[in-house]
Design a protein around this ligand. Sequence first.
Ligand code: AHE
Ligand code: ZN
Ligand code: ZN
Length: 376
Amino acid sequence: FEGKPITCKAAVAWGPAQPLVIEDVVVAPPKAGEVRIKIVATSICHTDAYSLSGKDPEGVFPCILGHEGAGIVESVGEGVTSVKPGDHVIPLYTPECRECKFCKSGKTNLCQKIRSTQGQGLMPDGTSRFTCKGQTIYHYMGTSTFSQYTVTAEISVAKIDPNAPLDKVCLLGCGIPTGFGAVTNTAKVEPGATVAVFGCGAIGLSVIQGAKYAKAGKIIAIDINPSKFVLAKQFGATDFVNPLDYPDKPIQQVIVDNYDGGVDYSFESSGGNTKIMRAALECCHKGWGESIIISVANAGEEISTRPFQLVTGRVWKGTAFGGVKGRTEIPEYVNMYTRGDLKIDEFITHHMKLEEINEGFKLQHEGKCIRPVIPM
Ligand code: AHE
Ligand code: ZN
Ligand code: ZN
């Protein structure tokens, strides 16, 4: 286990709200229980932009962002048994240790084994594997996929079919399982159900794909940008509602009035808008409708509704990474894709070089890009 440091390119976030800078970084070899991964492709998720903005209380700088990627194990540290050099993997920001209270509960995917150090931008031993210009660079979400090489915990990688194209399945690192799993794991939508989706970005489209897979009866796509409805339809949405077409009526009232008292399930994938979270809850059917919050709101934001909404049977839930236990379930998502049962290619609206990564953030912010793929 005498690996050598590797010097490679990475997009470094030197400080909040500053553009990323492509730098030569030194990546130390993996320590015990860690793996070093050659990242083959990465994409950008809204949460990377949130943390870069400086509004994430867990955001530490300088750091290497990125949590939606795929790669090949380059080397492993002492005691690592579940993967070996050459294995194809997807890094997991939600690990799966299979031995903590959370993993053993059977009730959640939120493994807490390394959560505290991960939130501090450090490896489980409390140190970093990245340096640049002699300075320590922090990790991000336990993944840091905006680097040609990264180091993660062994429990933070899903080993996948080596025949799957890494420049496609990299999207299984966050957005696609997050939306799909919210439907199948968190809500457990049943055949024939009426489903509403607030926001048709990558997460909303994944919800639509999941709802179609679950054989929902009606899938209502809601967005103020009607250009999003083209893809929403392709993914299986049956109805399309633009709140701007109803200036005199709250959108929840529009849905309750037009869909027989409201929906069985609603999903909020608005990018963190707490007003939309409220509308998503309140468009649910009295007595049983369930609303699932998926997106990350700014720290300090609060949600509100009248308690009467819950007293009369609506249910408010939330989900992270779609309730997906990554090491167990992500290989299955990869197999669904290779069998042709899961759309991924349709999410990829742009290809760009690592040097153009700031342009990727800009296009996503403007709503012009669902997902860019960046070959590393
Ligand atoms: N640090 C942020 C919270 C960020 C957050 O909620 N992250 C989600 C994943 S977002 C994926 O794009 C998550 O999995 N949370 C579970 C966890 O343990 O962090 C803040 O605002 O404080
Ligand atoms: Zn994400
Ligand atoms: Zn665990």
